[in-house]
Design a protein around this ligand. Structure first.
Ligand SMILES: [Cu+2]
Length: 115
């Protein structure tokens, strides 16, 4: 009886530790196959978008025109030129960090993190 109770306790501690570790390091709920970046005002939301390798990001352009210009990192997808009122999808084949800017609005930046 005593041993069984200890095992339950140990399992609970392990689970709690695992969850706590994840919550501290993940920028959002985690990498998925597809994610959406929206542009309320003059910012990309979320700033860091996590997707799995082979996943895609849907850039949801509002009425205000923006562009998405990627840093010249190997594996970065094609830039998206000045666009409005449209969703444009980019696929990320390889793992890495892919920073991008809207060059129309200084300081409007984001990062796609591919895992
Ligand atoms: Cu912009």
């Amino acid at each position: 009886m005593r041993t069984k109770r200890f095992l339950v306790f140990a399992a609970a501690v392990t689970l709690t530790a695992a969850c706590g570790g994840d919550a501290g390091t993940e920028p959002d709920s985690g990498a998925s196959d597809a994610a959406v970046v929206s542009m309320p005002g003059f910012s990309f939301v979320p700033f860091i978008t996590a997707v799995k390798a082979g996943g895609s990001v849907n850039f949801d352009f509002p009425a205000e025109p923006h562009n998405v210009i990627f840093e010249r990192t190997p594996g970065a997808p094609a830039d998206i030129q000045r666009t409005s009122n449209r969703v444009v999808t980019r696929t990320f084949a390889v793992a890495g960090n892919f920073p991008y800017d809207c060059t129309l609005h200084p300081g409007m930046s984001g990062v796609v993190q591919v895992r």
